[in-house]
Design a protein around this ligand. Structure first.
Ligand SMILES: Cc1cc2nc3c(=O)[nH]c(=O)nc-3n(C[C@H](O)[C@H](O)[C@H](O)COP(=O)(O)OP(=O)(O)OC[C@H]3O[C@@H](n4cnc5c(N)ncnc54)[C@H](O)[C@@H]3O)c2cc1C
Length: 383
């Protein structure tokens, strides 16, 4: 009998590979192993679930049992892969069981980064990176009114909009001088900031959090600017760190993420990686669209038709209804300049090289209508 494809992780990446592979091969055994509940859900929904009326329970589209039947695969929920024995092509599970694989797929995702903070309230800081975290967060805010968010990146801004739209008093703290500092030029950042302020979000920029302490029933944040914020809940969203430990302990090549070539193959020819844990030809792209493209290519490869992943232009929609925003950021370190046109209705920012070729864009407000036109003029992310 054919050895199974073992997939580690039941996030969008793990499920996308399982689904695509099942489409191509009806009888190849597929085993999906997950440290969590193993149910299928769309993670992006978490940061606008309040205003769209979703609960942690209703976010799950199918539990592990239902998904196993639907995809005709084996799912091992609440089971952690502790080690990979790549010489013998097997994995060791948390219940001490050993499973052999024909091919192994690492879809282990990323952890929310944690700032090294001081104070008696540090253990109260919440992060949201999966539906279990989200359930804890929803339970925590249920009888509260004030939330402070550390980090004004994509996830921080989306939660800020969602919370303020549903009646919470929201403070956002960031060391940068604007929200979405890595994705937007200053004029666009200022526009987004103003739109979020208009719905009640209070920004504390150019400042980081120095300490987090209990203050009676509240939590007090002291910022490097000496400002003090009293709040009830603290949510940290300061970035993601690819989960690479398992790969590292197996001796696979790891840099920022698990290093893979365009076939999504790691430094071991029988082990592949995709999603938030993977670094594809130097790129770590923790978004849904790269997963969709990677999963299709990898499934074809696993089904016997070696297929390199190609990334087209993949604009990311920022879920801030107070300020519709779409970004297709230029690659880090690319030479060029932002050309910005803005008025009261929106901002169009195009990042161009010396010859005037567009390499990336950010569109806000009414300018988002130009997304398709601009996307058509950008080079593919990975050709
Ligand atoms: C709040 C939020 C909003 C977002 N919004 C957007 C958006 O609007 N658009 C967009 O493009 N992207 C968005 N993203 C990013 C997107 O959701 C992620 O890129 C994507 O979900 C990552 O999927 P993944 O499968 O790679 O990782 P994960 O979803 O993190 O899955 C990893 C899986 O691996 C399992 N695992 C890890 N280690 C082990 C082990 N040793 N043994 C067994 N199992 C293990 C975990 O239990 C989990 O099941 C958002 C992210 C967040 C947090």
């Amino acid at each position: 009998m054919m050895q199974p494809v073992i997939i580690i992780g039941s996030g969008l990446a793990g499920y996308a590979v399982a689904r695509e592979l099942r489409r191509l091969t009806a009888d190849r055994p597929i085993v999906l192993i997950s440290a969590d509940h193993g149910g299928f859900y769309s993670k992006p929904v978490l940061s606008n679930a309040l205003s769209t009326g979703k609960t942690p329970e209703s976010i799950i589209n199918g539990d592990a049992e239902k998904m196993a039947t639907q995809l005709n695969i084996t799912i091992r929920p609440h089971t952690r892969v502790m080690a990979i024995d790549n010489a013998n092509k097997s994995v060791l599970l948390s219940n001490n069981e050993r499973l052999e694989y024909g091919a192994l797929v690492l879809a282990t995702g990323a952890d929310q980064a944690r700032l090294p903070l001081q104070g008696s309230g540090v253990s109260k800081i919440l992060t949201v990176n999966d539906v279990d975290d989200y359930k804890r967060f929803r339970d925590a805010i249920a009888d509260k009114k004030r939330v402070a968010i550390i980090g004004a990146g994509l996830i921080g801004c989306e939660f800020a909009n969602d919370l303020s739209a549903t009646g919470y008093q929201v403070d956002v703290i960031d060391i940068a001088s604007q929200p979405l500092g890595r994705l937007l030029p200053p004029e666009a950042g200022a526009y987004l900031q103003k739109k979020l302020e208009d719905v009640g979000v209070v920004f504390h920029l150019n400042a980081s959090v120095q300490s987090v302490n209990h203050a009676e029933d509240l939590i007090q944040l002291v910022l490097t600017s000496n400002e003090q914020i009293k709040t009830e809940i603290v949510l940290s969203s300061v970035g993601l760190t690819p989960r690479v430990d398992l790969a590292q302990e197996t001796g696979l090549l790891v840099r920022r993420g698990i290093v893979v070539n365009q076939m999504l193959q790691t430094s071991d020819e029988n082990i592949y990686a995709l999603g938030d844990c993977a670094e594809v030809l130097g790129k770590v792209l923790p978004f849904v669209m790269p997963i969709t493209h990677a999963a299709r290519a990898l499934a074809a490869t696993l089904a016997g038709n070696p297929t390199p992943v190609l990334y087209p232009v993949m604009p990311v929609l920022v879920k801030t209804p107070a300020c519709p925003t779409v970004v297709a950021p230029p690659e880090a370190g690319q030479a060029g300049e932002w050309q910005v046109e803005s008025d009261a209705d929106g901002v169009k920012a195009v990042f161009q090289d010396d010859a005037g070729n567009p390499l990336g864009f950010a569109l806000l407000g009414q300018a988002t209508a130009q997304k398709n036109d601009l996307a058509g003029r950008l080079p593919p992310v990975l050709g």
